[in-house]
Unconditional design. Structure first.
Length: 469
């Protein structure tokens, strides 16, 4: 394990965190060698090769009783299978917000609905867990509702006689968090804060009366690194990261750990279909067995509140996403000016395509980039595209959505998006001119006395409005 900087934190079984470390072996993290996990606690970085370390099992593996919120979701059910495999004697309770239909209707439901139907998925996952051993106890509550959550926890303790640990995996399914800042309304942010932030608050209050060995919060690297279109999602996860540290103050028994995860493979399958930036993460997604190995280690930690699980160097990603000078430096319009210098006189679509292509090539420093070349494959990144769109707005007065370019990141496609917005603006202006001309013609056709009457009525209405104020 290689210590990047700061205080050393142990994940191998040589002892508890804080013990004097042995001489760390060199570790490399690249696309061809073993994967490396980067653990982050405040500003502490630890690199660990998960192939060569074995975690100590100091939690109640043999006869523990565990509650997983969001337990029939993709990751929640994956963790439930893992607990079954690792600890055959463990008893599981799965918390879901909505009850499943009556069991006698399941076969008909599955026959009538697609395999990816959310309810069908939950039925299938529960059946798979039941096939491995005793069926998990299902409890239902909105995790953000303290009273309902307290009732659910009391059901679990009443059924099992004890509760030893909680995994908080509740959150939005699929890509519902994917929104531009301009669309990040209060309602959209509440989608994320309800299950994550308010869920954590409710858990902390309820577990104060039911002390457990650990509460593992499944957070996201979006809370550490930010992320395009992830404003509400990143903020809600960052709340959980900070809340875990607060919850640990002055507590002797329950260990709160917020694990900020990189994208898991099943989410990566969705992201790949959405955009090029999603496809660029193909070789970095966490495979299920890798994620479960990380969970094994997380459950051995005792003095760390916040851990970032990344398949590549966290320091590099912080440099790329958080500390990159391009984030703070406003665009100078240099690439836009260069593109404008080469503009032709006709202003046609072909000319616009070439202008946009020159803008992209100048930003990339790649004069050999073809019109249908992928910006990411030619060395671009999401920040470069953001700056390109700023230059496009300055030069062409066209507001192109980031999502459009991420979905089709080529100069030709960008030019098409610009042309579509120019055409829409031109058509809108023409329609407005037609409306003005029609109104003028209508007024010209009126009798002068009628015009005077209409003006008098308008003045009277205006005076009445002033009095009412």
């Amino acid at each position: 394990m290689h210590v990047h900087s700061g205080t050393w934190r142990r994940t191998a079984p040589h002892g508890r965190a804080g013990s004097p470390p042995p001489t760390p072996p060199a570790a490399r993290c690249n696309s061809h060698g073993p994967r490396c996990w980067n653990l982050l606690e405040q500003r502490t970085y630890v690199r660990s090769d998960y192939h060569t370390a074995t975690a100590a099992h100091d939690w109640r593996c043999g006869d523990g009783h565990y509650l997983i919120t969001g337990g029939l979701g993709e990751i929640g059910s994956t963790l439930a299978h893992w607990l079954r495999r690792e600890c055959p004697g463990a008893r599981l309770a799965l918390l879901t917000r909505d009850p499943l239909p009556p069991r006698e209707t399941w076969d008909a439901w599955l026959a009538e609905h697609e395999a990816d139907d959310p309810t069908a998925l939950r039925m299938t996952r529960l059946r798979a867990l039941a096939a491995e051993g005793p069926e998990p106890l299902l409890v239902h509550a909105d995790v953000a509702d303290e009273d309902a959550l307290r009732t659910a926890v009391e059901q679990v303790t009443g059924h099992f006689g004890a509760l030893d640990g909680v995994v908080h995996a509740a959150g939005l399914p699929s890509e519902q968090w994917d929104r531009a800042i301009t669309a990040a309304s209060v309602e959209q942010c509440q989608w994320h804060f309800a299950p994550k932030a308010h869920g954590q608050i409710a858990l902390e209050k309820v577990l104060a009366d039911h002390p457990v060995d650990f509460c593992l919060l499944l957070s996201s690297l979006a809370g550490v690194l930010g992320g395009l279109r992830l404003l509400g999602y990143g903020a809600a996860n960052h709340f959980m990261d900070v809340a875990a540290e607060r919850a640990n103050r002055g507590l002797d028994r329950t260990v709160w750990i917020s694990a900020a995860w990189d994208v898991w493979q099943h989410h990566q399958d969705e992201k790949r279909a959405i955009s090029a930036i999603g496809r660029s993460m193909d070789d970095k997604a966490i495979q299920p067995e890798e994620g479960l190995e990380a969970v094994r280690r997380l459950l051995t930690l005792r003095d760390v509140s916040h851990v970032a699980v990344s398949t590549w160097d966290v320091a590099h990603r912080l440099d790329q996403w958080v500390r990159d000078e391009r984030i703070a430096r406003p665009t100078t319009g240099g690439t836009a000016a260069a593109a404008a210098d080469g503009a032709g006189p006709d202003g046609g679509a072909d000319d616009l395509t070439e202008q946009v292509a020159r803008l992209v090539r100048g930003a990339l420093g790649r004069e050999d980039m073809p019109l249908d070349g992928d910006i990411f494959e030619f060395g671009g990144d999401s920040l470069l595209i953001v700056r390109l769109l700023s230059d496009v707005r300055d030069q062409f007065s066209a507001e192109v959505p980031l999502a459009d370019v991420l979905g089709e990141p080529t100069p030709r496609a960008l030019a098409r998006f610009v042309q579509e917005r120019i055409d829409a603006r031109t058509q809108g202006a023409a329609a407005a001119d037609d409306d003005v001309e029609a109104l003028a013609a209508e007024l010209a056709a009126l009798d002068p006395d009628e015009v005077e009457r209409l003006l008098a009525e308008a003045q009277q209405a205006t005076a009445q409005q002033e009095q009412e104020r």
